[in-house]
Design a protein around this ligand. Structure first.
Ligand code: HEC
Ligand code: HEC
Length: 254
């Protein structure tokens, strides 16, 4: 590719140039700058659209690790495509499809899906075990979920937002405000090997969490959502603040 500071088309005979040359002053990108919808390179598509939240190589970001073979095995193509195209309600996951107000064409979403699967899906990701289904089959029972939290989460995440555990609190209102029941479920089942969150088999010593337990604990976590995210006390009503009181550090991990 010639890089001489002028569009390459100006250097070829006039008759040929007429076909594809951008005349000066026209707003179109030059011939060496692909239009956004023409970008098909995975590294570019992923790097520019996903890496900021899901990590440079699909791990280590604030949002769920995509480069986790267990996660890739858990979620089917149709569900994943739908989330990328339309976003995930109740979280910071935006919709990327042009139809949903985003900037990616269907072909670009296909290209992303295909390459994520090729790079990050592995056969037998669960080593012969069968995980609970990606989607909950019925609504969870929040009261029972509190007991599941105590048995399966509190040892690492602490007993309350005010008493975070060694791995930070997941009861902090700011965190709960940007995740939903499904994304907690995905993280509990597939784990996040990149940051040390265990998969569903490794929360309680000696046995895996059941489908029911996962539905219950996610229901309970969502019941702890705050009407006033950003404030450290999940159940504080907006008008009961006491100005001037020292604000404890929120223990959330993002
Ligand atoms: C602004 C931040 C942000 C960007 C950019 C972003 N995501 Fe997300 N994504 C999230 C959050 C937050 C969630 C939900 C919480 C979680 O899963 O950690 C999520 C969830 C997802 C999920 C569903 C997880 C589940 O529970 O099944 C998929 C799949 C996904 N993102 C793929 C992508 C892809 C592919 C891109 C790039 C095209 C992308 N995301 C860009 C923030 C982002
Ligand atoms: C063995 C310790 C351990 C147990 C048990 C555990 N976690 Fe975690 N979890 C972690 C670690 C480590 C992280 C990463 C924290 C960080 O980012 O520094 C994490 C992160 C998370 C996150 C992601 C927070 C974010 O940044 O988006 C969620 C959600 C979560 N855990 C939910 C749960 C739930 C629900 C349970 C119980 C069913 C649970 N965890 C049990 C260790 C644990």
């Amino acid at each position: 590719m010639r890089r001489i500071g002028l569009p390459a088309c100006l250097a070829v005979p006039f008759a040929l140039a007429m076909a594809g040359c951008n005349l000066p002053g026209r707003p179109e990108p030059g011939p060496e700058v692909p239009r956004p919808e023409a970008v098909m390179s995975f590294d570019k598509l992923y790097g520019e659209n996903c890496a900021g939240c899901h990590g440079a190589n699909g791990q280590g970001g604030a949002a769920i690790a995509l480069a986790n073979p267990e996660y890739q095995a858990l979620i089917d193509d149709q569900t994943m495509r739908d989330i990328i195209a339309n976003g995930e309600k109740g979280t910071l996951m935006p919709g990327f499809s042009i139809h949903a107000g985003g900037e990616l064409t269907d072909a670009q979403i296909d290209a992303l899906m295909k390459e994520m699967r090729a790079r990050w899906r592995k056969p037998d990701a669960f080593g012969g075990d069968t995980p609970p289904p990606y989607k909950a089959t019925h609504a969870g029972d929040a009261a029972k979920g509190q007991q599941v939290y105590a048995a399966a989460c509190a040892s690492c995440h602490g007993e309350s937002a005010q008493k975070p555990g060694k791995d930070g609190s997941i009861l902090d209102g700011s965190l709960l405000a940007i995740i939903n029941e499904q994304t907690v479920r995905s993280i509990v089942i597939a784990g996040r090997p990149d940051i040390g969150q265990p998969d569903w088999r490794n929360h309680i010593k000696g046995r895996a969490l059941t489908d029911d337990e996962i539905s219950n604990v996610t229901a309970w976590l969502m019941s702890q959502r705050s009407a006033t995210p950003g404030q450290p006390y999940p159940n504080t009503a907006p008008n009961s603040e006491k100005p001037g009181e020292p604000q404890p550090q929120a223990g959330a991990k993002q």
